[in-house]
Design a protein around this ligand. Structure first.
Ligand code: SD4
Length: 301
């Protein structure tokens, strides 16, 4: 039943997220259910300053979450700037399945979540609040290229979004992306993760792509869509990611020296590729032969 099933995720904690997704895939479940399960794992189990309940807040001290989910047949949903709800990815799926819309934001997203039975709860951890108070002393917005140490609540890491792509035994693709966005962002800022085509894009005809890093660059370049379209034109996943990174550099050569952008792609045959602006991007690959593989991405710098 496992056949060609595979799941890939951004960063080292992608290993844990993949295992949560693999439980679904290895039992014959769909790619869509698998990526939702993987993202839910990251949102609640992982204590990471850029995902879910342990995320760092914006500069007003508000933890606001972005998430998206997409199936390879074009169905998609997302939430942006959602507060006080533990599982944004599942709200995104409800937006996809229960509404005629694709994106809900802010108060409206929260209202919809509550109507759908999600519980409102205070999420900001004491560690994240402490980190924010510390940040307020200088109030400098200066995203790091890579997190110095991941999995440590309350540090100022900025690049630990979970992007996950999966293919199931039937060959259907799906993806999900979940994040608290850039720490110390302006209140109301929306990143790439909930923007279909920027932080996530999936097409059963071709493959899927997701991103992590400074989301403004992904939005500027319609990045996940770009990677999928490059694969449609015949590039391998690795080539497509590399070419999309080259586009980011061409557009903002100076800025690209100081910020991180990472792409991860999976094509419909199960081939995986990645590329980053800066060294340090790792991604996790899981299928019937390996459940905890972590690979280093190539990079420009
Ligand atoms: C954002 N892309 O909100 C996200 C942040 C991120 O790893 O990827 N962090 O811009």
């Amino acid at each position: 039943v496992q056949g060609r099933a595979k799941v890939v995720s951004t960063w080292d904690f992608g290993v844990g997220a993949n295992q949560a997704a693999w439980k679904v895939l290895s039992a014959g479940g769909t790619a869509l259910d698998a990526v939702e399960a993987g993202a839910r794992w990251a949102e609640s189990e992982l204590c990471n300053p850029t995902v879910g309940r342990c995320g760092n807040p914006d500069r007003d001290g508000v933890l606001s979450l972005d998430a998206s989910i997409m199936a390879g047949d074009g169905r998609c949903g997302s939430v942006a700037a959602l507060t006080d709800i533990l599982h944004p990815v599942s709200v995104a799926r409800r937006v996809m399945e229960q509404t005629p819309h694709v994106i809900l934001v802010g108060q409206g997203a929260q209202q919809f979540a509550v109507q759908q039975g999600f519980e409102r709860q205070k999420l900001l951890t004491p560690e994240a609040e402490k980190a924010w108070r510390e940040w307020l002393k200088t109030a400098q917005y200066a995203p790091q290229i890579n997190a110095e140490r991941r999995g440590r609540p309350g540090d100022s890491s900025n690049h630990d979004t979970l992007g996950m792509l999966a293919i199931d035994a039937s060959g259907a693709l799906a993806g999900a992306c979940t994040t608290s966005g850039m720490a110390w962002k302006l209140h109301g800022r929306v990143g790439d993760s909930p923007i279909i085509g920027a932080g996530l894009y999936v097409d059963n005809e071709v493959g899927a792509a997701t991103a992590s890093g400074v989301g403004e660059e992904m939005i500027r370049n319609a990045a996940a869509f770009l990677v999928v379209e490059l694969m449609r034109q015949g590039r391998s996943p690795a080539q497509a990611c590399r070419e999309a990174i080259a586009r980011v550099v061409r557009k903002r050569p100076e800025a690209s020296k100081t910020l991180q952008v990472c792409f991860l792609a999976l094509d419909r045959h199960g081939e995986v590729g990645a590329y980053a602006l800066h060294r340090g991007f790792v991604y996790a690959v899981c299928d019937k032969d390996r459940q905890d593989e972590l690979r280093d991405s190539a990079s420009v710098y």
